[in-house]
Ligand binder design. Structure first.
Ligand code: SF4
Length: 213
């Protein structure tokens, strides 16, 4: 169990960032939640500020489920990071909670599906997380192999797994163009979506900020 894990009866999740309404993190309009904490530390990761397990904000899963369920016009929840598998109890409870309200679930993990299945053999929370996931994008981000075309996937070694019947690979949304979104919230510019383009955009924005100082 990770140091950022929680009591079983009142699961919590350490959250780095929320976007309540995005078209760039999975099929349809989605609520996107980035968890805080990842020990995998892939070179070139676009969210290094989410590595530390002490940052972000510890939030009750019940509150997060209510927030997702009360967001209008969304198709589902995408869980990103940070590493959702390093907070399996909280992540599983959140995924199961929103799925019970009819929403779909998508998880981005740096672990491969084979690694997650091996963890699931000894950890019921990981089993529950897998059972509550419709779509999984798996594997470490490899900056030497940026993915040029497949939607929502950062590097060519990563795969999309359909873990339920909710989605199918022939859904036309899975082959449409990738997207990047830029928003200004609480005095901050946030960029999310296709990792390669989002990274380039973040670098350009940071360079612009430096030049304006
Ligand atoms: S697994 Fe994901 S969050 Fe963790 S370092 Fe790799 S790309 Fe970044």
């Amino acid at each position: 169990m990770s140091a950022i894990e929680t009591k079983k009866d009142r699961p919590r999740l350490r959250v780095a960032q929320l976007v309540r309404d995005t078209d760039a993190e999975g099929p349809g309009r989605r609520f996107a939640l980035w968890v805080q904490g990842c020990t995998l530390r892939c070179a070139g990761c676009c969210n290094p500020e989410m590595f530390g397990e002490r940052g972000g904000e510890l939030r009750e899963v019940a509150e997060l489920v209510g927030l997702v369920a009360s967001t209008p016009h969304i198709e589902g929840l995408s869980l990103l990071g940070g590493e959702p598998l390093q907070q399996p109890a909280g992540a599983a409870a959140l995924l199961a909670g929103v799925r019970a309200r009819g929403l779909s679930t998508m998880v981005y993990s740096g672990y491969t599906l084979a690694e997650i299945e091996a963890q699931a053999e000894r950890d019921a929370a990981v089993r529950a997380l897998l059972e509550a996931t419709d779509l999984l994008v798996d594997g470490r981000y490899d900056e030497t192999q940026p993915e040029p075309t497949r939607r929502w996937i950062g590097s060519r070694n990563q795969q999309m797994h359909f873990l339920s019947d909710r989605y199918a690979p022939d859904d036309p949304r899975f082959v449409a163009d990738n997207q990047v979104e830029i928003r200004f919230e609480n005095g901050q510019l946030l960029v999310n979506g296709w990792p390669a383009a989002a990274d380039a955009l973040r670098d350009a924005l940071r360079a612009g900020q430096r030049n304006n100082r």
